[in-house]
Design a binder for this molecule. Structure first.
Ligand code: UD1
Ligand code: CA
Length: 437
C-alpha cells in the first residue's frame, strides 16, 4: 500500500440543504458530517487537510475541537470556484507530504477507510471512484468509448443522450500530485456552472495517455448528502452501523430498527435495550436494561433498569437503581434508589435504600434559580410529595404521602404536612336532597 495525503473538499455552499447551518456541520447520530470523513481519513493518512470557504470560521472552530492536527485551507472562491478551483487553491497554499493525493468530499459521511484503502493498492496515476446505478440522476456521467473511459460530463452540461448513462462519478479520486500540477493550469470554467471542474482533469489526462483506473465502489458508502432527505437516509445507514457494532459487542436489542443510538454512546458488560429507546450524547451504560420508549441523554447508568417511558436527562449518574414509567431525572446522582412511577427528580442526590413514591416532585426551580435536593439513606418518600428545594432529608426519614416539605428533616423523623382530614356526616344526603337508605 502506498502513502497518500488527503484533502477533503468542504467549501461549497450547500444551498440545497435550505439551512443556515453549514452543510458539513449538519449532524448524523450526534456528530457533524465532516467529523466522520475526517475520522476515516485519519485512519489512512497523517497528512489531512480540509478546504473551506462558506462559513469557514465556524466549521474550522467546531472541527478543531475534535481534530487539532488537521490543516484548514481557504479556497480562493472568487477567482476559482468549483471542485477544480478548490484543488488549485489547495496546491497554491500547501505542498502535500506524499506524492499522491486522495480527494474526498465533506458531504460524504459514510465513506469507510477500508474501502478507501483500495485506492492505494493500485499503481495508476488517477484512480477514480465509479458507481453503477439504476439511474444516474444527480451525478457526473462517465463517458465511455470502446470500453475505455473518455471523460466525465456534469449533469448540468449533459445532453439528453448522456443523461441516460448510469455509470457515474462517485466524486472520490486518488491523483498523483504531478498529474495535478501538470493539468490544473489547463482547466477552464467554460461550462453551465462557470466553475473549474476537477472532473475535467480526467479527459485532459487521458488525452496525454496518463494511466487511469476506474474503481467500482459501494453506493452506500459514497452517498453524497445534498438535501435534508439525503441527510435522513445517511443517518439511517449510520444508525444501522452503530446498532450492528453494539450487537456484535454483546448488547441485546429488541426491535432494533426502532432504537436510536448516538455515535458517542458506550455500552459495557451486558446491556439490554427495548424498542423505541433513544440514547443521545456520550452516555455510558453498564450492565443495565433500558425498557421501551425511554430517552437517555448524556448520562451514566450502571447496574440499573430504566423505563418503560422514562426520561433520563443530562448529567445524571445512577447505580443499582430502578426507574419506572414516566419518571424524569435531571442532574440526579442516584445510588441504590427505587423510583417506580410518575416522578420528577431534578438537581438531586439520593442515597442507598431510599424509595421515592409515585408522583414525588423535587421543586428545584423558584422562578429565578435552581436548587438542590439531598436525600440520605433508607428514606421513604410517600406518594405525591413535593420537596421544595433547597432541602435535605437526613438518613432514615419517613415522609407521609401528600406532604409539602419545605424545611430539612432530621435523621430518623417522620415528616407530615397536610391538612387534617375531617368528616361531615350525611353531607351527601343533605347536599343532593336525597334519602339515606
Ligand atoms: C461532484 C462532481 C460529480 C460527481 C459528484 C459526486 C465535479 C465538478 N462534479 O458534483 O461529477 O458525480 O460530485 O458526489 O466535481 N466544493 C468545494 N468548492 C467548490 C465547490 C464544491 O470545496 O467550489 C466541495 C463541496 O463542499 C462538496 C464537494 O466539493 O463537499 C462536491 O461539491 P458539490 O457541489 O456537491 O458537487 P456535485 O455537484 O455533487
Ligand atoms: Ca455533492
Amino acid at each position: 500500500m502506498r502513502n497518500c495525503s488527503i484533502v477533503i473538499l468542504a467549501a461549497g455552499m450547500g444551498s440545497r440543504m435550505k439551512s443556515s447551518t453549514p452543510k458539513v456541520l449538519h449532524q448524523i447520530c450526534g456528530r457533524e458530517m465532516l467529523y466522520y470523513s475526517l475520522k476515516e481519513a485519519l485512519k489512512i493518512s497523517d497528512d489531512v487537510s480540509v478546504i473551506l470557504y462558506h462559513s469557514a470560521d465556524k466549521i474550522q472552530e467546531v472541527m478543531q475541537q475534535h481534530f487539532p492536527k488537521i490543516r484548514f485551507i481557504r479556497q480562493d472562491y472568487e477567482n476559482y470556484p468549483g471542485t477544480g478551483g478548490a484543488i488549485i487553491s489547495f496546491l497554491k497554499s500547501y505542498t502535500p507530504r506524499y506524492p499522491s493525493l486522495l480527494i474526498l468530499n465533506g458531504d460524504m459521511p459514510l465513506v469507510q477507510a477500508e474501502e478507501l484503502q483500495q485506492f492505494l493498492d493500485t499503481n495508476a496515476e488517477i484512480v477514480m471512484s465509479v458507481l453503477r446505478l439504476q439511474k444516474g440522476d444527480g451525478y457526473g456521467r462517465i463517458i465511455m468509448q470502446n470500453g475505455q473511459v473518455k471523460g466525465i460530463v456534469e449533469e448540468k452540461d449533459a445532453t439528453l443522450e448522456q443523461k441516460k448513462i448510469n455509470i457515474v462519478n462517485a466524486g472520490v479520486y486518488l491523483i498523483s500530485c504531478e498529474v495535478l500540477q501538470r493539468f490544473l493550469p489547463c482547466l477552464n470554467n467554460n461550462n453551465a456552472q462557470q466553475e473549474y471542474y476537477l472532473t475535467d482533469i480526467v479527459s485532459l489526462a487521458l488525452e496525454k495517455k496518463i494511466l487511469l483506473q476506474p474503481l467500482e465502489v459501494k453506493e452506500e458508502n459514497f452517498k453524497g448528502v445534498n438535501t435534508k432527505l439525503d441527510l435522513s437516509i445517511a443517518e439511517e445507514i449510520m444508525l444501522e452501523r452503530i446498532r450492528n457494532y453494539w450487537l456484535n459487542e454483546g448488547v441485546i436489542m429488541h426491535q432494533k430498527e426502532s432504537i436510536y443510538i448516538d455515535e458517542r454512546a458506550e455500552f459495557i458488560g451486558e446491556c439490554e435495550i427495548e424498542g423505541g429507546v433513544k440514547i443521545f450524547g456520550n452516555c455510558k451504560i453498564i450492565d443495565s436494561i433500558i425498557k421501551a420508549h425511554s430517552v437517555v441523554e448524556f448520562s451514566e447508568i450502571a447496574h440499573s433498569d430504566i423505563g418503560p417511558f422514562a426520561h433520563i436527562r443530562p448529567q445524571t449518574q445512577m447505580i443499582n437503581t430502578h426507574i419506572g414509567n414516566f419518571v424524569e431525572v435531571k442532574k440526579g446522582i442516584l445510588k441504590g434508589v427505587k423510583a417506580g412511577h410518575l416522578s420528577y427528580l431534578g438537581d438531586c442526590e439520593i442515597d442507598e435504600g431510599s424509595n421515592i413514591g409515585a408522583g414525588v416532585i423535587t421543586c428545584n426551580y423558584d422562578g429565578k434559580q435552581k436548587h438542590q435536593t439531598r436525600i440520605g439513606k433508607n428514606v421513604f418518600v410517600g406518594s405525591d410529595t413535593q420537596l421544595v428545594a433547597p432541602i435535605n432529608l437526613a438518613d432514615d426519614v419517613l415522609i407521609a404521602a401528600g406532604s409539602t416539605i419545605t424545611t430539612d428533616v432530621p435523621q430518623g423523623s417522620l415528616a407530615i404536612s397536610r391538612t387534617k382530614q375531617n368528616h361531615k356526616e350525611n353531607f351527601f344526603y343533605t347536599f343532593f336532597n336525597k334519602e339515606k337508605k
